[in-house]
Design a protein around this ligand. Structure first.
Ligand SMILES: Cc1cc2nc3c(=O)[nH]c(=O)nc-3n(C[C@H](O)[C@H](O)[C@H](O)COP(=O)(O)O)c2cc1C
Length: 304
């Protein structure tokens, strides 16, 4: 087992393995430390942060569906200043990469955040969320318009020297075009997918199941669509692709790697099994041993 190389490169970061926990599903990390040693992770991405604190959407904010969940958290977060003051110190002692997920309502806000986070000790990379489906303004215009996405990536690129990952929305007709646009703008990598716009209605109350009516669908039910999108994107760009969407076990993770993901993120699965990320790392290693492959990089995109 020891001589298996699980390291992958994303921009300037070398991850010890390709397993990352996704934004919004792993709190700020601390909440999970009683379940496993977080230093085993390839990287941690905490809840997305904005310039100002946000209260989020009215409840109910989570609804379980067949094979997934709908959420309309509405990007509740303590704001970037509070994050730096009270959350960032926690990561200093961890031996894994911290990637900060952030978003703004305007290009100016994105740029201000990227500049403010640049050079802070302990932060390895930024994940620019241009894809949240369930708040009114956020990055959604940037996430569905290739020209806007290009402009935004270019502006944020100039504001930071950190590894810049653009997180894409699946709520578009041509996700490969969106990926190419942010690559052209200077992103070091893309991550996909965020949640799919969706809703559910309670037939007894005849009311929507979510306070916000519309939310984002995640979990196993979106996996085949996410796999298809990751495959399309990895053929279209030359930067690393980080795949996610319904990964519940190592088999799912390997599927994403085979269609071209250099790394993967685990989201909804953290909510049902807090040790899942650890199990996926071990499962990937076992698979490599089983097929006598000594290096994870030999697996990236070798499908077909
Ligand atoms: C409760 C919840 C909160 C989320 N919050 C964020 C967020 O703040 N920023 C972000 O970029 N994505 C957020 N996401 C999206 C996830 O990071 C991930 O992209 C999506 O859920 C798909 O992966 P999954 O099917 O493995 O959950 C959230 C997802 C859930 C379920």
């Amino acid at each position: 087992m020891q001589d298996i190389d699980l390291t992958v490169k994303i921009g300037k970061m070398t991850l010890k393995n390709p397993v990352i926990v996704s934004s919004g599903t792993f709190g700020f990390g601390e909440e999970f430390e009683e379940f496993f040693d977080l230093n085993h992770l390839g990287a941690i991405i905490p809840k997305g942060i904005s310039l100002k604190p946000m209260k989020g959407n009215p409840p109910p904010r989570i609804f379980e569906t067949e094979g997934g969940i709908l959420n309309s958290i509405g990007l509740q977060n303590p704001g970037y200043k509070e994050f730096i003051r009270n959350k960032l110190p926690y990561y200093k002692n961890l031996k894994t990469h911290l990637i900060v997920n952030f978003f703004g309502n305007t290009e100016k806000e994105y740029v201000e955040l990227a500049r403010g986070l640049d050079g802070l000790p302990g932060i390895s990379g930024l994940e620019m969320n241009i894809s949240c489906p369930n708040i009114k303004r956020c990055g959604i215009v940037f996430g569905t318009d290739p020209r806007m996405a290009y402009r935004l990536a270019r502006a944020v690129r100039k504001a930071t020297t950190l590894t810049l990952i653009a997180k894409l929305s699946p709520n578009v007709t041509d996700i490969a075009l969106m990926a190419k646009s942010v690559e052209e703008g200077g992103a070091d990598a893309v991550s996909l997918v965020n949640t799919f716009r969706a809703m559910a209605v309670n037939i007894h109350t005849r009311k929507p199941e979510l306070g916000n009516i519309i939310g984002g669908l995640s979990g196993p039910s979106i996996k085949p669509i996410a796999v298809r999108m990751v495959w399309e994107v990895s053929q279209a760009v030359n930067i690393p692709v980080i795949g996610m969407g319904g990964i519940m076990n190592a088999k799912d993770a390997i599927e994403f790697i085979l269609v071209g993901a250099s790394a993967i993120q685990i989201g909804t699965a953290n909510l049902t099994n807090p040790r899942i990320a650890m199990e996926v790392i071990q499962g990937i290693e076992k698979y490599l041993v089983q097929y006598k492959i000594n290096c994870i990089q030999k697996l990236i995109g070798v499908f077909g």
